[in-house]
Design a protein around this ligand. Structure first.
Ligand code: HEM
Length: 139
């Protein structure tokens, strides 16, 4: 990969309005985790097809991108298309695509486990409370 191209201009900041203007195939940008990617030249190469990328052109594709659970290779590939970040959004605590250095997929996994870990606990508390009321007030 051409490192010079991959790393140039990555710290530019864009507003979400600016990104929204790039929604055509001759200039197609998406936002993933508050970072801006110019995927114009990636459309024909995307293993998931060009249609899904066109659908999200100019938009925030974070949720859809996560749903697919892209591989570590895919996340590595993204770096080449990053052109900057969304102005004013703190990405320090969010998932990083690995350009910060260590363990991008590990961070992603941690983020998932926090979400997945809290849900059963809340359901458990809910079931306990409901059982308590049923036992106390129905007999
Ligand atoms: C530069 C950004 C992107 C790169 C480098 C990328 C790369 C890839 C790669 C390598 C795959 C094959 C499976 C894997 O290795 O994970 C894939 C599949 C896929 N991607 Fe992306 N992708 C990007 C952006 C997106 C976005 C923004 C979306 C949705 C809005 C998306 C949706 C999908 C879907 C639906 C598949 C097919 C999954 C399947 O076959 O089950 N991708 N992508």
């Amino acid at each position: 990969m051409d490192k010079t191209t991959a790393n140039s201009g990555q710290d530019r900041e864009f507003t979400r309005d600016e990104v929204r203007d790039h929604n055509e195939t001759d200039s197609l940008w998406v936002i993933v985790e508050s970072k801006v990617y110019d995927i114009t030249h990636f459309l024909g190469e995307h293993p998931g097809g060009r249609d899904i990328l066109r659908e999200y052109g100019g938009m925030d594709a974070t949720n859809r991108f996560r749903e697919v659970e892209h591989s570590a290779d895919a996340i590595e590939m993204m770096k080449a298309y990053k052109i900057g970040r969304v102005v004013g959004e703190d990405i320090a605590t969010q998932w990083d695509d690995g350009d910060g250095g260590d363990g991008s997929t590990q961070q992603l996994a941690e983020q998932y486990s926090i979400t997945v870990g809290w849900l059963p606990m809340l359901i458990g508390i809910g079931v306990t409370l409901i059982s308590y009321y049923v036992i106390n007030y129905s007999f």
